[in-house]
Write a protein that binds this ligand. Structure first.
Ligand SMILES: CC(=O)N[C@H](C=O)[C@@H](O)[C@H](O)[C@H](O)COP(=O)(O)O
Length: 523
């Protein structure tokens, strides 16, 4: 049964290449926590195509080695008083696992206080004629383990070495970083869906370990229970913040209701600390009335950090750590998201696009947007998803203008100025309503540009509905003009338009709901 023990390293790697390794580690103390159950999981997954197994505990390794024919990655977990290192901390563990029948021996190779140096563990594994797998959390640890002669790198520990709870997604970036170190990389940790495991192989992983999603019914049950409970749970009260280029709003939000709301003008030149202080002042007497803070802000937000897309709108300092700053100012968990993305989510949850795949566009002084597809708010790889206002459009020759530059409220006012009328967008609409042909012409210019973009976006994203909001988008007559302009496009490229329903509260409600979902899932 254990002939693979003596196989050369290359043969082992070839045997697992592109394959699924199933970690059969029951929840400690749970109803599956005995060698017989571990063997049953191991046999079931071997029969279904697993290329190797990851087994914890010497007696479990011995039982599985006797019953299964595929290679075993063995480890021992210990909770020690003087070190955070749990996975195979001692040399004695290495020997016992080798004797029990493990082909590969995995150990924690993170850069933390440890009883035995990584180098000594690698030597001990090799002395037993086995392959050494370094469970790492960072690329620096992977590099160091590779330099010490480890045979395989596993991303196992990513997300588990800090104080924060582990993220929901696996760390695929670490796979991409580690794949060039000249060692096989096994993707491991939170590969909870087949599509994620397949993506890890595409990203360059030699194989993927999946544990909880296959062999921990307690975890799988919890995922379902929590996801479903989030749909019906009573929403917690949230302090919602909206920082835009012209106004800053704060609100106490519960579910789809704004309980109280305050607003001040944003003065871009004041700087971020003054903007945040004005929020703290407005929310001062709401202390104790909310369970977390949800921020919707103009610009890009990536992992809690804030970046300006257009510094002229709001000069945000580069990579400003908004989430940490809000944690310092207020109590409870924090979520930070782009304002138009938050508004898209708000309209999806409570507004004009409830439960439907949608593209949301806010057309006011600027133009922003957000996409909800398959029940997910799309952020994109850098947070840019939905920034339709930035889409370039050729105007004449090699000149390009963004949609914002040709169709927004600013663009309407600029066109009026060019035509000799000192009027903002509101005044242009009023002039059009009074029958002024110059104003009609300017509004049609904005509408025609937008129609071309929307029909292009319909082809790319294919949403069920495009929700239009913002002072210009909802100005009398704008939407009907847009429908008319779109009627010239082929039926397939003609979106179904709907006016937004949540007005200036869309971002506040959307951000608050995103935080609520996060809080419910964390419970
Ligand atoms: C961090 C740590 O101790 N991970 C352990 C390592 O052996 C196991 O508890 C995990 O289940 C295993 O890594 C597979 O990951 P997932 O269950 O997410 O598919």
């Amino acid at each position: 049964m254990t002939s693979h023990l003596a196989a050369p390293r290359a043969a082992f790697i070839d045997a697992i290449r592109g394959g699924l390794i199933v970690s059969c580690q029951p929840v400690p103390g749970g109803p599956f926590d005995d060698p017989d159950s571990v063997v049953r999981f191991a046999l079931a997954t071997q029969n279904a195509g697993a290329k190797a197994l990851r087994i914890e505990g010497v007696s479990n390794v011995a039982a599985v080695a006797a019953a299964c024919s595929i290679p075993i990655i063995g480890l021992v977990k210990r909770d020690l008083a003087d070190t955070p290192v749990r996975i195979t901390p001692w040399i004695e563990d290495v020997k016992a696992l080798a004797e029990a029948g493990a082909t590969i021996i995995a150990f924690d190779a993170t850069d933390r206080t440890r009883p035995v140096p990584v180098e000594d563990l690698i030597k001990a594994v090799h002395a037993q004629g086995r392959r050494a797998m370094a469970d790492i959390a960072t690329i620096a640890e992977a590099r160091s383990a590779a330099g010490l002669g480890v045979d395989i790198i596993g991303t196992t520990m990513s997300g588990y070495t800090g104080m924060e709870p582990p993220p929901r997604a696996p760390d695929m970036d670490l796979v991409v970083q580690a794949r060039d170190l000249g060692k096989p990389v096994i993707a491991e940790g939170r590969y909870n869906e087949p599509r994620l495991a397949a993506a890890a192989i595409r990203a360059g992983a030699t194989a993927v370990v999946v544990g909880s999603a296959i062999t921990r019914p307690e975890h799988i049950t919890r995922w379902f229970v929590d996801a479903m409970a989030a749909e019906t749970a009573i929403a917690q009260p949230v302090l919602a913040i909206d920082i835009g280029g012209s106004k800053t709003a704060v609100a106490l939000v519960r579910g789809n209701g704004v309980v109280a709301r305050r607003q001040v003008p944003t003065r871009p030149a004041d700087g971020v600390e003054v903007w945040l202080q004005s929020i703290a002042d407005m929310a001062q007497d709401w202390r104790g009335q909310y369970d977390g803070v949800a921020a919707a802000v103009t610009g890009l937000v990536r992992e809690g950090r804030w970046f300006a897309v257009n510094p002229a709108t709001l000069p945000v300092p580069a990579r400003f750590d908004l989430a940490s700053r809000l944690k310092g100012l207020f109590s409870g968990p924090v979520v930070a998201v782009n304002d138009a993305q938050a508004a898209a989510w708000g309209e999806y949850r409570f507004g004009a696009g409830q439960g439907r795949n949608l593209l949301f566009l806010t057309i006011s002084s600027g133009i922003g947007g957000g996409i909800v597809s398959g029940g997910q708010l799309l952020h994109g790889s850098s947070g840019l998803a939905g920034h339709v206002g930035q889409m370039p459009m050729p105007t004449s020759g090699m000149q390009y203008h963004s949609l914002e530059e040709v169709a927004s409220g600013f663009a309407i006012a600029a066109a009026a100025r060019k035509a000799g009328h000192e009027a903002d967008a509101r005044a242009v609409f009023a002039a059009a309503a009074a029958g002024e042909s110059w104003a009609e012409c300017i509004i049609n210019g904005s509408v025609n540009h937008l129609a071309a973009y929307l029909s292009g976006l319909q082809a790319v994203i294919d949403p069920q509905v495009i929700v239009i909001g913002g002072g210009v988008g909802l100005a009398p007559g704008y939407l009907s003009r847009l429908e008319k302009a779109l009627s010239h496009f082929p039926a397939l490229l003609r979106p179904s338009l709907k006016p937004a329903l949540l007005g200036p509260n869309a971002g506040l409600l959307g951000a608050a709901d995103l935080l609520n979902r996060q809080m419910m899932m964390a419970r």
